[in-house]
Write a protein that binds this ligand. Structure first.
Ligand code: RIB
Length: 291
């Protein structure tokens, strides 16, 4: 896939250091279990999706904030190494965002996020607004303040930039935000949680975990892609890989984009961690060729 025919994508969102503990099973309330492994892995829904889009060939600029701690430096370096433009990434006083993640032996996880610097993205600078206006696609999630997501989406809409929203983690959203969204990407649970709100979104993509994904377009017709058989090690970041890859291939038509994104998501589950597990173009293309 050639970078020149891929969209320019601005991702506005979170960047976290993931503190990942591997356990045989996730603890019940009040229970202590013995973990088998621990790792720090760069993550955050925004950063993961930016990296996924870049690895799928899009030109990506990231808008968000890191803290002035050691995690912040590592997170910035990770984005940069993935070819994501961080020239507008803010460095603020205090701690970077973190996520405490527990992964069990089936690959399922539980996640607690502490926003840190992500919570400080409370407004948009003139340079950030200009970047949004110049992009083909704006991609947001919900790990930074909602009013900033709303301001970005409305600015993008007014500028002719396509607005893609992965409304995760779930929270009630203002109607004005839904009105500004062109493409929503949700998992099965979010699809239920947001059910009444998704009806008027022009392009809706629902991921089904190991069972693939379904697209519903403006004509109301659905198109789906089935699950891929892979050996699941850790599902963390699979939805982010799907979303970033979908956006990167959006202008190639929905069948191609769905297939590509589905493969990116599935391959992500075969390795530990979020950003570290997201596949590049060659791996995705090879898996698709082998079908
Ligand atoms: O979607 C996975 C991500 O959610 C993790 O990387 C973690 O940082 C949280 O934001």
């Amino acid at each position: 896939m050639d970078r020149t025919d891929s969209p320019t994508v601005v991702v506005l969102g979170s960047v976290n250091m993931d503190l990942v503990t591997t356990v045989p099973r996730r603890p019940a309330p009040g229970e202590t279990v013995l973990g088998s492994d621990f790792a720090t892995v760069p993550g955050g829904k925004g950063a993961n999706q930016a990296i996924a889009a870049a690895r799928s060939g899009a030109r990506v600029r990231f808008l968000g904030a890191i803290g002035d701690d050691a995690f912040g430096s590592e997170l910035a370096a990770t984005l940069s190494r993935a070819d994501v433009d961080i020239s507008l990434l803010r460095r603020v006083d205090g701690a970077s965002g973190i996520a405490s993640i527990v992964v069990d032996e089936t690959g399922e996880n539980s996640i607690i996020v502490v926003a840190g610097a992500n919570g400080r993205v409370t407004d948009l600078t003139a340079a950030e607004l200009a970047a949004i206006a110049q992009a083909d696609i704006l991609l947001c999630q919900l790990e930074i303040p909602i009013h900033t997501v709303l301001a970005a989406a409305q600015h993008a809409r007014a500028s002719g930039t396509v607005v893609a929203l992965n409304p995760s983690p779930f929270q009630p959203l203002p109607e004005e935000l839904w009105a500004a969204v062109d493409v929503a990407i949700v998992n099965s649970l979010e699809s239920e949680q947001y059910s009444g709100k998704l009806t008027h979104v022009a392009h809706l993509v629902r991921t089904l975990g190991g069972d693939g994904a379904v697209y519903r377009g403006t004509d109301g017709n659905e198109r789906s892609v089935g699950g891929r058989t892979v050996e699941v090690l850790d599902t963390t970041g699979a939805g982010d890989a799907f979303t970033g890859a979908l956006v990167a291939t959006w202008n190639r038509g929905i069948s191609t984009a769905l297939n590509w994104a589905n493969t990116a998501g599935a391959l992500t589950t075969t390795r530990l961690g979020a950003s570290s597990a997201i596949p590049g173009r060659d791996r995705i293309a090879a898996a698709l060729t082998a079908d």
